[in-house]
Design a protein around this ligand. Sequence first.
Ligand code: AHG
Ligand code: MN
Ligand code: MN
Length: 311
Amino acid sequence: MVSAAPIPRRTSLNWHLRHHAGVPDSLRHLLVDLSRAARDIRHEIHASEGGLSGGTNIFGEQQLQLDVMSDQIVEHYLRENGSVASFCSEEHDDVVDVRPSAEYSVVFDPLDGSSLVDANFAIGSIFGIYRGSVIIGRTPRELIAAAYVLYGPRTLLVYSTGNGVHAFVLNEVGEFVLLREHLGVADKGKNFSPGNLSAIHDRPGYKAALDTWLSSHTLRYSGCMVADIHHILVKGQGIFTNVGGAKYPDGKLRLVFECGPFAYLIEQAGGASSDGAQSILDVRIVRTDQRSPIIVGSAVDVEQAAKQIGR
Ligand code: AHG
Ligand code: MN
Ligand code: MN
């Protein structure tokens, strides 16, 4: 008698969304479609020269930059999905209507850290999902899901639908399988990750916070928000900042695509987020390209830094 091949013991993202998160099928399908987009983006990163050689390939032809390609890949899956009412991304000026009567709207940064592509540093994608078709006027507290993908030596996906933060790794057959469940962030950190650092010249509070960390914390900063915040979630501690100075009065990062989804994920993991005055989750979205200062990570560190730095 020929015995059947053994079924591999692994938990897929689809299984986890269905049995652990217990989300409605429509939300599960949407998150799985976003993971498919990420798998295709990962393929483009490896298969194309986009961005690697400064815009032209070995034949001297102009290539689509990876961030534009990544945006098109995500848009393709969103249009195909059927439950997407609207979306907005860093690469579009406005909210794009898809099917206004559908259930969800999606906000995303298709490629975070795109200036690092030629250096071959880790880069990422960031996603947030709201119920309904409206994005302007909402706050990130209304997110019903957020996820990011980190394209490093391995490709990882981390998501939350309000029931903890869970990490998956892309396997060799293109499926995300469970790596770790319930990532947590301790109240006190040992690492610091300071963005928009030139603001220390304009903001004495930022300089003071930095002086504190220089004697108590260890620097971990790559220049890709996805990688830098993933470091906090995986090490279970740390603080990430990008606050305002003379050049960027509200810091460099966008509320809708960057700060909001990460504030949701870090607060889900037991950490805190602040714009210097309130949780990032309570900052109202008035424009798609709105920037917000962000202080995020270990709760005690965030609280102290927010007091020092202010809004
Ligand atoms: P993007 O590539 O989507 O424009 O984002 C880059 C961002 C973010 O990933 C990173 O934290 C920040 O730019 C870096 O800021 P500094 O230049 O202040 O370090
Ligand atoms: Mn970005
Ligand atoms: Mn980007």
